[in-house]
Design a protein around this ligand. Structure first.
Ligand code: CND
Ligand code: ZN
Length: 363
């Protein structure tokens, strides 16, 4: 099969012919329909984060089950699935206590599948998996626990976005922060994930929704996702702009959706006493955050968020239903559609802030 391989950081991906071994016990072979291009993948290309190389990146995909390995009971060939980048085992302490996004199993995979081996090869060289998925290939072998069944009338090339950006953004609002109706929300970074924080805030009934970005085009796009006020962080003082919009009251909730310590501080400073700041963005390895602890003395809360604190098998089918009933926007998130061969262009445009989300479409 064809897949895009990252051999070294700072290098473009190479689209190559790879061998993909069939699924082992409790694994499935999935024919990908589409994969979103997320900034988390870009972090590895740009060297912000480290991963064993070479690797096939990609963690936001959907497709059709082609074959299942021994012992698989959850799905069968022909089933439509969204892939979860956290394989929730259902048995670890996190899973049984309802925190499936933190499942222990994921942390055993450092470039491999759950059994510690790889299915991807180029000639004799082993190629690493990414989050047990590697959706930048025509096919993927994934853990059974990463499969999420979805209804067959939903277009797979759209619901691929429900593999990461949508549950991360919407989940950060409804699960992590638990935004209350009528509240005031600030979202710093209106990219593929940030737009989903914005639409999550609108779904949750937030009254004032302030989008912050440094690109005018991103801000304009935010209006479609429920933003009520726009702040250009390149031209305005973000904290003062939020003060003005909220008549001095400040925000109940702020979300950082870039991966910048400067923006985390900005987010914290936009919240009122008792306000909640959620860090969704992934910062470079080794980054250090300095905050004024005085903020916390006033009952402010600073929290992190993986995968929107979601339970993939409950939330993803629900998000698909919301899309199918036109209560959730997916079409409007997709700025560009590319072939796998064009994947480096998709990453360049993401890096330049030119797109909300691009998707790679297979077949
Ligand atoms: P994308 O690049 O689409 O969005 C980032 C946005 O931030 C862009 O619109 C930029 O213009 C904007 N921006 C950049 N700098 C500033 C600034 N100083 N002030 C205001 N806006 C700015 O990225 P994405 O939406 O795909 O991902 C965003 C982050 O979320 C990124 O760090 C990614 O790794 C992370 C993430 C986290 C999780 C999770 O589970 N927590 C899941 N997926 C992605
Ligand atoms: Zn992602």
């Amino acid at each position: 099969m064809k897949a895009a391989v990252l051999h070294e950081k700072f290098q473009p991906l190479k689209v190559e012919e790879l061998t993909l071994d069939g699924p082992g016990p409790k694994e499935a072979l999935v024919k990908l329909a589409a994969s979103g291009v997320c900034h988390s993948d870009l972090h590895y290309i740009k060297g912000d984060r480290e991963h064993p190389m070479p690797v096939v990146l990609g963690h936001e995909g959907a497709g059709i089950v082609e074959e299942v390995g021994p012992g698989v009971t959850y799905a069968k060939p022909g089933d439509h699935v969204v892939l979860s980048f956290v394989p929730s085992c259902g048995q670890c302490d996190y899973c049984i206590k309802g925190r499936q996004n933190l499942c222990q199993a994921r942390y055993g995979m450092q470039g491999t599948l759950l059994d510690g081996t790889t299915r991807l090869r180029k000639n004799q060289q082993e190629i690493n998996h990414f989050n047990g998925l590697s959706t930048f290939g025509e096919y993927a072998v994934v853990p059974e626990d990463s499969l999420v069944l979805v209804r067959e009338d939903a277009p797979l090339e759209k619901v691929a976005l429900i593999g990461c950006g949508v549950p991360t953004g919407v989940g950060a609002v409804i699960h992590t922060a638990k935004v209350q109706p009528g509240s005031k929300v600030v979202v710093i970074g209106a990219g593929g994930v940030g737009l989903n924080v914005l639409q999550g805030a609108a779904l949750a009934g937030a009254e004032t929704i302030i989008a912050v970005d440094i690109h005018g085009s991103k801000l304009e796009h935010s209006l479609q996702f429920g933003a009520t006020h726009l702040v250009n962080g390149a031209a305005e003082d973000v904290v003062e702009a939020v003060r003005e919009v909220t008549n001095g009251e400040m925000a109940d909730y702020a979300f950082e959706v870039i991966g910048s310590t400067m923006a985390i501080n900005q987010a914290l400073a936009t919240t009122k006493r008792g306000g909640v700041t959620v860090v969704v963005g992934v910062t470079p390895t080794g980054a250090e955050l300095t905050i004024d602890p005085d903020f916390l003395h006033q009952d402010r809360v600073l929290m992190g968020c993986t995968y929107g604190s979601c339970y993939p098998r409950a939330d993803m089918p629900m998000l698909v239903d919301l899309y199918m009933s036109r209560k959730l926007k997916l079409d409007e998130l997709i700025s560009r559609t590319f072939k796998l061969e064009e994947i480096n262009t998709a990453f360049d445009l993401l890096d330049q802030g030119e797109v909300a989300r691009s998707i790679i479409r297979y077949g």
